[in-house]
Design a protein around this ligand. Structure first.
Ligand code: SAH
Length: 271
């Protein structure tokens, strides 16, 4: 990737290759430490909404609303008006199950969670226990305590694979390898939703939690390498100004025939 980047201390990188070489080594020989530090960071964070949102718990509400509008339009387009009663989703890097509990369980009959930090996953299991679910037609089923770079979804199980605020922990080659494996986990009409912070340009390295924030172009280059097609993308509105912009991407394995029309939730001029 030919875009430059920097870290919080003002260190500049000419390109991503240079940054990755320093962080994980030429042949990825220091990758283990990179991932250990990443998970280690989250192991020290409280299992709460505020914790997984970096102290911005109040962002939960606009985030869930924006995700819901995005998801609804996609489901209608890909799956159709009559909602079948066997919809299954996977929540990747689920943390304490915030996305599953606030959104996915309202749309999917079964949701699986994958999360490497055990005290987060235990909090999710506790909160999403069957007796606390809306009905037994909507339940959290499997809780996998594994990082994404080591996880392979069950073949053909999922209508939607949701990846939010965790992919910055993955090195580029693991990002691409994960999505390539995960494609086989989708049903024929299935799709990915990736919701992430986006840098204005290039990338920003966070040395504290060992993650990178990629720009839109960087993401698109990786989607290409994954063999994924962009079906729809939208910026999340209503977030505090000091935060990164947040973008949602809907990705499919086949070439999309038509672009989906989305209702805009941003103000428009009345003509
Ligand atoms: N997606 C959740 C949690 C966001 S916090 C939400 O939106 O509420 C970031 C999460 O990424 C944490 O739960 C952290 O443990 C997880 N994470 C860190 N490294 C990861 C990795 N290698 N694979 C998958 N998840 C990872």
């Amino acid at each position: 990737m030919e875009v430059g980047g920097s870290d919080a201390e003002g260190r500049e990188y000419r390109n991503a290759k240079e940054m990755w070489r320093e962080e994980i080594g030429e042949g990825g020989e220091n990758k283990k430490e990179w991932y250990q530090k990443g998970v280690g960071y989250w192991e020290g964070i409280e299992a709460s909404v505020d914790g997984v949102l970096g102290g911005y718990g109040h962002v939960n509400d606009p985030d869930v609303k924006g995700s819901e509008a995005f998801l609804k339009a996609l489901l209608a387009n890909r799956i159709g008006g009559v909602r079948p009663n066997n919809l299954v989703a996977l929540d990747c890097g689920s943390g304490i199950g915030r996305v599953t509990g606030n959104l996915l369980l309202r749309y999917f009959n079964e949701v699986d969670l994958v999360e490497p930090v055990s005290h987060f996953l235990e909090a999710a299991r506790e909160k999403l226990a069957p007796e606390k679910c809306i009905t037994n037609m909507h339940r959290a089923v499997n809780f996998y305590c594994v990082p994404l770079q080591e996880f392979t979804p069950e073949v053909g199980r999922y209508d939607v694979i949701w990846v939010q605020w965790c992919i910055g922990h993955l090195a580029d080659d693991d990002f691409v390898a994960f999505f390539k494996r995960a494609k086989a986990g989708l049903k024929p009409h299935g799709f990915f939703v990736l919701k992430e912070n986006v840098a204005k340009d290039g990338f920003l390295l966070d040395k504290e939690d060992k993650s990178i924030t990629r720009c839109d172009l960087y993401f698109k280059e990786l989607f290409n390498q994954c063999g994924l097609h962009l079906l729809q993308t939208k910026v999340q509105r209503g977030l505090p100004k000091e935060l990164f912009a947040v973008r949602m991407y809907a990705l499919v394995t086949n070439t999309p025939k038509t672009k989906i029309r989305m209702q805009s939730n941003s103000p428009a001029i009345i003509k």
